[in-house]
Ligand binder design. Structure first.
Ligand code: MG
Length: 226
């Protein structure tokens, strides 16, 4: 029986990816780090430290220092807060309402440590997510695409992998969820080709939250009948 839905945050609950990509690109440019803006979509879900280390490895063939990790991430967070307008993903309220009406528990599993979004979850989605049912960058050591965040999400939900569904928009998030053994719905809300999400292992591919609302009851029904 499906008992819980584990939602990613950026690009699923919040329409925040364009602001993340703009902020990362600007930090990389300022510090003369080799980068291709498209890659930030492919790397979505990684911890900030891991993203900064990739940029340093590509540019200097070494990791960033602890001080560089701290200061570049602070810069990125500051720019993100400037560019992000806090807009939630269209159709997401319907999905959350429906998930609850199906009797399922709701959790968030994100690589984000952005207080500007985490702290407004209750205001935007009142009553749906509690701190004890949330996995953020403050909880994990490794981060996506490692299964760690979703395994932690299962533990917090108190359910087995076979009793959960993940909703993700990012290829590394899909990999993380699949490595944790969870049925994963990819909602492709960004510019990446569908194949990237299917190659990452998505069990189902949709294109927006309205489609998810339309399909969720039947999907849960079919998983429950297995
Ligand atoms: Mg995401």
């Amino acid at each position: 029986m499906i008992k819980a839905v584990l939602f990613d945050m950026d690009g699923v609950l919040y329409d925040s990816m364009p602001a993340h990509i703009r902020a990362w690109s600007e930090v990389a440019s300022r510090h003369n780090l080799l980068h291709n803006p498209h890659n930030f979509y492919l790397w979505e879900g990684r911890t900030g430290d891991s993203t900064i280390n990739i940029l340093f490895q590509d540019t200097y063939r070494r990791d960033a220092s602890p001080e560089q990790l701290r200061s570049l991430y602070a810069e990125k967070a500051e720019l993100f807060n400037r560019y992000n307008d806090g807009r939630i993903m269209s159709g997401v309220q319907e999905v959350l309402k429906l998930t609850r009406s199906l009797g399922l528990d709701l959790l968030i599993v994100t690589g984000s440590g952005q207080h500007s979004l985490l702290d407004t979850l209750e205001a935007n989605f009142p009553g749906y997510f509690t701190k004890d049912k949330m996995v953020t960058s403050f909880d994990v050591l490794i981060g996506k695409p490692h299964p760690e965040p979703y395994l932690m999400g299962l533990r917090k939900a108190g359910v087995e992998a076979s009793e959960a569904i993940v909703v993700e928009n990012a290829p590394l998030g899909v990999q993380s969820a699949k490595a944790a053994g969870i049925f994963t719905i990819a909602v492709n809300t960004g510019p990446l080709p569908d194949e990237v999400l299917l190659d990452a292992g998505a069990d189902r591919l949709l294109h927006n939250m309205a489609e998810l609302a339309a399909e969720l009851p039947a999907l849960v029904g079919s998983l429950n009948s297995k």
